[in-house]
Ligand binder design. Structure first.
Ligand code: ADP
Ligand code: MG
Length: 193
């Protein structure tokens, strides 16, 4: 099963909370037919199921912390296997959150051909998240948790970008721009694959 995934195109979509990862992924799905897997969405689905594991996850996410690596990776892997036959490629959104997560992903699943770095200023991300929080129903879209998520992003996730820059697969897009202009840059990166 895992062999099939190995041949699929894998794109890591990395950026701070509220930078616009989900927004761009939706547009990629519409234009290129990729499969979008958001680690956060997978985890929130588990929480919504009301399972015991979901309850533990909820407590961690509420604090703005990272859930155990194996939990996220297993969920992503299962979701990839479920789509392996029909997928043109995978958008892994919001993962890896730290270098170790990237290393484990490669050991268990495969190598990304591109890391899409969705870049926005901290100030912009906070503004967007507070706005999103008005309707998202996400318990982590509040001022206190947002601050923790941002701190963790700069500490743990920015090194991920440096790690893959060393491999020459990072494409940075300017997510301060309007959604469609950001997507213009995204499209260029994907067309070049
Ligand atoms: P992420 O998945 O990275 O956390 P989202 O895609 O959910 O971010 O975007 C966070 C919020 O910012 C959403 O409400 C979205 O509509 C808005 N947003 C995303 N990209 C842009 C953009 N380029 N310009 C303005 N608003 C944006
Ligand atoms: Mg998102």
């Amino acid at each position: 099963m895992a062999d099939k995934i190995k041949d699929a195109k894998i794109i890591f979509v990395v950026g701070g909370p509220g930078s616009g990862k989900g927004t761009q992924c939706e547009k990629i799905v519409a234009k290129y037919g990729y499969t979008h897997l958001s680690s956060g969405d997978l985890l929130r689905a588990e929480v919504a199921s009301g399972s015991e594991r979901g309850k533990q996850l909820q407590a961690i996410m509420q604090k703005g912390e990272l859930v155990p690596l194996d939990t996220v990776l297993d969920m992503i892997k299962d979701a990839m296997i479920a789509k392996a036959d029909v997928s043109k490629g995978f958008l892994i959104d919001g993962y890896p959150r730290e270098v170790k997560q990237g290393e484990e992903f490669e050991k268990k699943i495969g190598k990304p051909c591109l890391l899409l770095y969705v870049d926005a200023k901290a100030e912009t991300m906070v503004k967007r998240l507070l706005k999103r929080g008005e309707t998202s129903g996400r318990s982590d879209d509040n001022e206190e948790t947002i601050k923790k998520r941002l701190d963790l992003y700069y500490k743990a996730t920015e090194p991920v970008i440096a790690f893959y820059e060393g491999r020459g697969i990072v494409k940075k897009v300017d997510s301060e721009l309007a959604v469609d202009d950001v997507f213009g840059q995204v499209s260029k990166a994907i067309d070049a694959l």
